[in-house]
Write a new protein. Structure first.
Length: 255
């Protein structure tokens, strides 16, 4: 059962980011995903100190990845996936995420409770439907986002305009771009979001599980390359889209 859940996370986080890219021409395609797994137990075990062990008062904690301070502390500095340097006074605790993939990553990291708003196509896991939705993509509604008073807006590099980003940042909202174009990019997105949330350990665990899952898939499904696959991303009703070469789907098929 755990193996199946890890496979779902690995494949569908990747697939969702591909679907997000396809949505730039109208956002009509319905994004789909499989259930994300919250990662908690391993980090709790690693962070628990024995009762009889005390730490020196002046002991310094190691710095977290991407130039940020130790997990749970602030300020946090990192670079988003558009090359912009981001500094947060503390780990983000009020988030609006416009893409389904970023919503899934947040839940997989155990940070779903920080979501105060979601893009209209974010529909999994099921509890995200209880979060207020905002217009996204070409129809991004800046006023709706500002009204939710988020600390951070997670968005792709696709449809939002420079003017919209400027208006959001003038309202005190830190815009963070999450934009993966391949599976390595998915790992980068998970790591970046983990840093922003102060959940570096959880991000590391999730990335490791995904890599292990893909390695197992490659081992279990080795073929001679003679079979072909058709990936229909969006049905004709919403504008026919199929996956081609140099896509997430293609990477997965090559396994």
């Amino acid at each position: 059962m755990m193996k199946q859940m890890r496979i779902s996370i690995a494949l569908l986080l990747s697939a969702l980011l591909f679907l997000t890219g396809c949505a730039q021409k109208g956002d009509q395609a319905k994004e789909t995903a499989a259930q994300s797994e919250t990662v908690r137990s391993q980090t709790e075990e690693n962070q628990t100190q024995p009762e009889n062990q005390s730490q020196p008062e002046n002991q310094t904690q190691p710095e977290a990845q991407s130039g940020s301070k130790a997990q749970g502390e602030g300020p946090i500095t990192f670079t988003d996936m558009n090359g912009r340097e981001i500094t947060l006074e503390k780990p983000a605790d009020r988030i609006v995420a416009l893409t389904a993939s970023d919503c899934e990553i947040l839940y997989a990291l155990g940070a779903g409770d920080t979501l105060v708003g979601r893009g209209e196509y974010c529909n999994w896991p099921e509890e995200v439907l209880d979060v207020p939705s905002v217009q996204s993509g070409e129809n991004t509604n800046v006023e709706q986002i500002i009204a939710l008073q988020p600390q951070v807006l997670l968005m792709s590099a696709m449809a939002q305009t420079d003017e919209q980003i400027e208006a959001l940042e003038n309202a005190g909202i830190q815009v963070v771009v999450s934009y993966a174009q391949d599976i390595e990019g998915v790992y980068e997105a998970i790591s970046m979001i983990g840093t922003a949330m102060g959940k570096n350990d959880e991000a590391d665990v999730l990335i490791t599980e995904m890599k292990d899952t893909f390695a197992q898939i490659q081992e279990d499904s080795a073929g001679d390359g003679s079979e072909t696959i058709y990936f229909e991303v969006s049905p004709l009703e919403y504008g026919l889209w199929a996956a081609g070469s140099d896509t997430f789907m293609d990477e997965e098929a090559q396994m």
